[in-house]
Ligand binder design. Structure first.
Ligand code: ZN
Ligand code: ZN
Length: 273
């Protein structure tokens, strides 16, 4: 049991959410109030399509506590290719990333990576886009937010080509062996509400395995609402339940989880301040 005194000193960062998917303009007051009430001091709203980047940047500009990224989600690669009016989508993506990161509110590249589970975009295109993000990340010395699903081997293989890159495997759902590979690459691991799900026993073993100073917590709102909010739309405030679960699994105080994951966040996303 955490005591009340413990809660007063908590500070947490939602390292991965999608505020633009939460009808932000109509809900921002309540989202911010609830986040504050549940000790969330900062949030990183993550881009999944450069065509929506302007919208995200506007949200980030409204509040000192909100940062954003720029990137193309692997599942959106096909759509992006089709939507832009140029023959060379690689060059266009590269240019957008390079130009967007000049903004002080943009603290990371991504989310990018490989998703062979949904296979909504051709694998070759996903890999090309991933490669471009990694290249820009190294050129601009910025962290990468990695989304990977059913593509462990290729993901690790591609990151190894950019040994200077750094970043986070977001919404981690792999096993201990894969977590070890991610850590060996120097990357952090971010846990979401999945760790609270009843059938996620093996993922809780991964939480046990990953050192506290190598992990982040996130909601991935509006997706993946944790217990006790399952079935509802997720929101940054619910980072608290993820952090509480980490504390419970590791047998440490919630305050320690908050302190260390917040420190990890600002160390990785060092443009954020
Ligand atoms: Zn993702
Ligand atoms: Zn996401």
């Amino acid at each position: 049991m955490q005591n009340l005194h413990d809660y007063k000193e908590i500070s947490l960062v939602d390292s991965h959410c999608h505020l633009n998917m939460l009808d932000w303009e109509n809900n921002k007051d309540s989202l911010l109030r609830q986040a504050q009430y549940q000790h969330i001091t900062h949030m990183l709203t993550v881009n999944v399509n450069p065509l929506e980047f302007a919208q995200l940047l506007e949200i980030a500009h409204q509040h000192a506590s909100i940062f954003c990224s720029v990137g193309l989600h692997p599942n959106n690669t096909n759509g992006y290719k089709g939507a832009i009016d140029t023959v060379d989508w690689h060059q266009s993506l590269y240019d957008i990333l390079v130009n967007s990161v000049e903004n002080p509110k943009v603290v990371a590249l991504g989310e990018t990576g490989l998703d062979y589970y949904y296979d909504k975009s051709e694998r070759k295109d996903q890999q090309d886009a991933f490669n471009i993000h990694l290249k820009v990340a190294v050129e601009k010395d910025l962290p990468v937010i990695i989304h990977t699903r059913d593509a462990d081997v290729d993901t690790v293989h591609m990151i190894k080509r950019f040994p200077e890159s750094r970043g986070v495997f977001h919404c981690f759902s792999g096993d201990v062996a894969f977590a070890k590979e991610a850590l060996d690459l120097g990357y952090l691991i971010s846990f979401s509400g999945i760790i609270t799900f009843k059938n996620a026993e093996s993922l809780r073993d991964v939480v046990k395995y990953v050192p506290l100073d190598r992990m982040l917590v996130e909601t991935d709102s509006p997706y993946l609402a944790p217990v006790p909010k399952r079935g509802k739309e997720n929101q940054p405030a619910n980072t608290l339940y993820v952090a509480e679960k980490v504390a419970e699994i590791k047998g440490i105080l919630l305050r320690e989880v908050g302190e260390q994951t917040t420190k990890n966040f600002f160390q990785l996303f060092n443009k954020a301040m």
